[in-house]
Design a binder for this molecule. Structure first.
Ligand SMILES: Cc1cc2nc3c(=O)[nH]c(=O)nc-3n(C[C@H](O)[C@H](O)[C@H](O)COP(=O)(O)OP(=O)(O)OC[C@H]3O[C@@H](n4cnc5c(N)ncnc54)[C@H](O)[C@@H]3O)c2cc1C
Length: 302
């Protein structure tokens, strides 16, 4: 990457917000990933616009990172700019049955703010370790709820670097899919409609779901959650278990014995290990059941 480009990015975002050769293993829940050429934490929307403009002018690729909880970054890392919207984009306001949050706010934090305000509707999301932006873009969901159930409108930065606010109906939200992903938009802020609820009931439900996750999911190991999407009419974890792949491994990456839908990092797994394991699992499940498992995890730098 050219020094002149790095200098311009520093001018746009400030030296404290820019890191070079930043190991991505520090920014993914898999704890895997080589260095990103530039890693930037902008503070304001105008800075994002300026940085994207520079990337376009100089034809440098960029990638928007939330909490890195659904991401496998290659061992070689990423040749381009990673923009992370996290601690600088966490403002949240609550009024009359609504919560409006900036994209970097963690879902767990937003769910506890809702509980404190006696608002129900976000319990399902309290254990998903993503940001508001990542969750809206992926239409994250769990235990019968998903973001589209409560999402009202979203403010995005479009490909033309325009800030637009769209109602949820225009976002084509489906299973782990949205128009935001298709169009490569950036979520800046989202508004959620919630209902008045009983704080004690909300707390109890969140605790039930936390216990459920702790019991059923291998939370003691780094992972990116469910590795595969749920195929129509099946459960990925069950297919993998029925294929005899519980505990199956490649290097230090392993199909969790606790929950076969999760690939875990047993300590020193490389991205190559995880990738190889994903391919082998796909092959074996396809051979035995004729079902193609589509990864839910997103790949970067491969
Ligand atoms: C232990 C564990 C349990 C999990 N359980 C669940 C679950 O129950 N349900 C579920 O749905 N997921 C689950 N996940 C996966 C993950 O937490 C979700 O997909 C989450 O929504 C990803 O958010 P993130 O901020 O970490 O996004 P990242 O992983 O950083 O990015 C994911 C994608 O979203 C895009 N993105 C991120 N921020 C923005 C933004 N502001 N604007 C536009 N695009 C953006 C990225 O470019 C990328 O394509 C789990 C993960 C783990 C590790």
């Amino acid at each position: 990457m050219k020094d002149s480009f790095i200098k311009k990015i520093i001018e746009a975002a400030g030296a404290a917000a820019v890191m070079t050769d930043e190991p991505m293993e520090r920014h993914t829940t898999f704890r895997i990933g080589g260095p990103a050429d530039l890693f930037v934490r902008p503070e304001r929307t105008e800075q994002i616009i300026r940085i994207l403009d520079l990337c376009r002018q100089e034809e440098v690729p960029y990638f928007l990172l939330g909490n890195g909880s659904n991401l496998l970054v290659s061992d070689a890392g990423y040749r381009g700019v990673i923009l992370q919207l996290d601690q600088n984009f966490q403002a949240c306001r609550q009024e009359a049955g609504k919560i409006t949050a900036q994209s970097g706010l963690l879902l767990a934090k937003m769910a506890s703010l809702a509980r404190e305000a006696s608002l129900t509707g976000l319990e399902f999301a309290s254990g998903i370790p993503g940001t508001v932006g990542g969750a809206v873009a992926m239409n994250a969901g769990a235990y019968g709820g998903e973001m589209r159930d409560i999402l009202q409108k979203v403010t995005v930065l479009t490909g033309d670097l325009e800030v637009r606010t769209l109602p949820a109906e225009e976002l084509d939200l489906g299973y782990r899919h949205s128009r935001i992903m298709d169009e490569n938009w950036i979520v800046l802020e989202a508004e959620f409609a919630l209902e008045e609820g009983d704080p004690e009931e909300i707390r109890t439900r969140m605790e039930e779901l936390r216990t459920e996750r702790q019991t059923k999911q291998p939370l003691e190991y780094p992972s990116a959650g469910s590795t595969f999407k749920r195929p129509e009419g099946y459960f990925a974890g069950k297919l993998i278990m029925d294929a005899g792949l519980a505990g199956f491994s490649a290097g230090d990456a392993q199909v969790s014995e606790k929950h076969c839908g999760f690939v875990i990092n047993r300590g020193c797994a490389t991205a190559e290990d995880v990738y190889t394991l994903i391919e082998k699992v796909q092959e074996r499940v396809q051979e035995q059941f004729g079902v193609l498992l589509e990864p839910e995890v997103r790949f970067l730098g491969f």
